[in-house]
Write a protein that binds this ligand. Structure first.
Ligand code: UD1
Ligand code: UDP
Length: 375
C-alpha cells in the first residue's frame, strides 16, 4: 500500500458529525490505522467547528472543502465534486460518514460511485417525514452504503423493511454513548459553565432549537418560544438557550425577539454542553443528538417536533413529542418535569466505535498492526 493511501477516510462537515465520529477517530489512532479526514466546510463558525476539534483533541482535517452555506443542491453538489476529487487521489479502503446531513449525503454519493467501500454510521433512522432534508439524506445514504451501522434493533428493522440485505446491517449501538462516556467525567471536573452562567443544578431548563422546519417558519418559531416561556414561568425556572446561528439569523430576519425569560447564549463547547444537559431539570429540544444525550444522561426531555427518528427515547419514556403548539409544550413539559424515575439507555454500551472498526477490519482486512491483533 502506498504511504499516502489511508485505510479509513472520514467525511464530516457539521457539529454533530465531529462529536459522533470522535470515538471512531480515536479508535483508529489507538489501533494505529492510517486515516484521513475530509471536512466539507458545511459548518465553519468556530463555535460549531473548530471548538470541537480542539476540545475533543482531534487531529486537524487533512482537507477542508470550505463549501459553506448554500442552497441544498449547490451545497451538496459542490461537496460531491470536492470529495470525489480527493477520494480518486487517495483511494482509501473505506469511507465513513455519520448521520443525516448534506455532508453525509455528499460523502455517500461520491464514494458509492467509486470502487471504495462506504460505511454509514447511525444507519436506519427514520422520521418518515420526507419534508425534512435529513430524512432524504438518511434514506439515500443507507441505500448506497455497503456497511450499515445501525444503533438499535429498531433501526435494523426499518432497513429490512426497505429490503436492505441483512448481511450488510450491524447493530452496534450509537457512538454518542461512547462520546458521552468518554467526556462526562471530564465535563464534571473541568466545566465551569454553571457558575459562569449563574445556574444552579436541577433548577433550570436547557433549550435548543435550530431545525429548519421550526426556525425557518416564523409562526412555529414564535409558538415554540411562547410555549417554553409559559412553562418556565409557571415553574419559576430560568431557561438557557445556546443558540445555533441558523436560529439567530432567522430571529433577526423575522424581527422576532426572544422573551426575557429565555437567556440566549453562544453555542457551547461539548464539555460545557454536557454539563448543562446533566444538570438541567428538563431539556426542551428539536435536536436529534440532544434527544439521545438526554436519554443517556437521565435528564427528562421534551421534543419540540411532530415526529422523531429516535422513537427508542419515547419507548423508554425518557422523551415526549410536543410539537410547537404552546399548550402542548406546557402540558408535556409539566408531565416530564414531574418525572423522577430512571430508564434504560437504549443506545448501547459505549463500545460502538470498537464494534464498527472490528467489523471493518474483519471484512476488509484493514492493516491492523500485529500487537493490536494480539490484544
Ligand atoms: C445542519 C444539518 C442539520 C443538523 C445541523 C447540526 C442539513 C440539511 N442540515 O443544519 O441536520 O442538525 O447542521 O447543527 O445538513 N451557519 C453559520 N455558521 C456555520 C454554519 C451555518 O452561521 O458554521 C448559518 C448560516 O446562516 C446557514 C445556516 O446557519 O445558512 C444553516 O446552516 P446549514 O449548514 O445549511 O444547516 P444547519 O441548520 O446548520
Ligand atoms: N451541542 C454542543 N453545544 C451546543 C449545542 C449542542 O456541543 O451548544 C452538541 C450536543 O451535545 C450534541 C450535538 O451538538 O452532541 C447535537 O448537534 P445539533 O443539535 O446541532 O444537531 P442534530 O443532532 O440535531 O443533528
Amino acid at each position: 500500500m502506498d504511504d499516502s493511501q489511508p485505510e479509513v477516510t472520514f467525511v464530516l462537515g457539521t457539529r454533530p458529525e465531529i462529536i459522533k465520529l470522535s470515538p471512531l477517530i480515536r479508535e483508529c489512532e489507538r489501533r494505529n490505522l492510517s486515516f484521513s479526514i475530509i471536512h466539507t466546510g458545511q459548518h465553519y463558525s468556530d463555535s460549531l467547528d473548530e471548538v470541537f476539534f480542539s476540545r475533543l483533541d482531534l487531529p486537524d482535517p487533512d482537507h477542508n472543502l470550505q463549501v459553506g452555506s448554500k442552497s441544498q443542491g449547490q451545497q451538496t453538489g459542490e461537496m460531491i465534486i470536492g470529495i470525489e476529487r480527493i477520494l480518486t487521489e487517495e483511494r482509501p479502503d473505506v469511507v465513513l460518514v455519520q448521520g443525516d446531513t448534506n455532508s453525509v449525503l455528499a460523502g455517500g454519493i461520491a464514494t458509492s460511485k467509486l470502487d471504495i467501500a462506504l460505511g454509514h454510521v447511525e444507519a436506519g433512522l427514520r422520521s418518515f417525514d420526507r419534508q425534512m432534508p435529513e430524512e432524504i439524506n438518511r434514506v439515500v445514504t443507507d441505500h448506497v452504503a455497503d456497511y450499515l451501522f445501525a444503533p438499535t434493533e429498531n433501526s435494523r428493522e426499518y432497513l429490512q423493511t426497505e429490503n436492505v440485505p441483512n448481511n450488510q446491517i450491524y447493530v452496534t449501538g450509537n457512538t454518542i454513548v461512547d462520546a458521552v462516556a468518554e467526556h462526562t467525567e471530564l465535563a464534571d471536573e473541568k466545566s465551569t459553565v454553571l457558575s459562569d452562567l449563574e445556574l444552579t443544578a436541577g433548577e433550570f431548563v436547557l433549550l435548543t432549537a435550530h431545525r429548519a422546519e421550526n426556525v425557518d417558519d416564523e409562526a412555529r418559531f414564535a409558538d415554540l418560544l411562547e410555549g417554553v416561556t409559559r412553562f418556565a414561568k409557571q415553574h419559576n425556572l430560568p431557561v438557557v438557550y445556546p443558540i445555533h446561528p441558523r436560529a439567530e439569523n432567522r430571529l433577526e430576519a423575522f424581527g422576532l425577539s426572544v422573551p426575557n425569560w429565555i437567556r440566549c447564549v453562544e453555542p457551547q463547547g461539548f464539555l460545557d454542553f454536557l454539563k448543562l444537559e446533566q444538570s438541567a431539570r428538563l431539556i426542551l429540544t428539536d435536536s436529534g443528538g440532544v434527544q439521545e444525550e438526554a436519554c443517556i444522561l437521565g435528564t427528562p426531555c421534551v421534543t419540540l417536533r411532530e415526529n422523531t427518528e429516535r422513537p427508542e427515547t419515547i419507548d423508554v419514556e425518557a422523551n415526549r413529542l410536543a410539537g410547537t403548539d404552546p399548550d402542548s409544550i406546557v402540558s408535556h413539559a409539566s408531565a416530564m418535569y414531574r418525572r423522577n424515575d430512571i430508564w434504560k439507555n437504549p443506545f448501547g454500551d459505549g463500545d460502538a466505535a470498537v464494534q464498527i472498526l472490528e467489523t471493518l477490519d474483519s471484512e476488509l482486512d484493514l492493516e491492523t498492526p500485529r500487537e493490536v491483533n494480539q490484544l
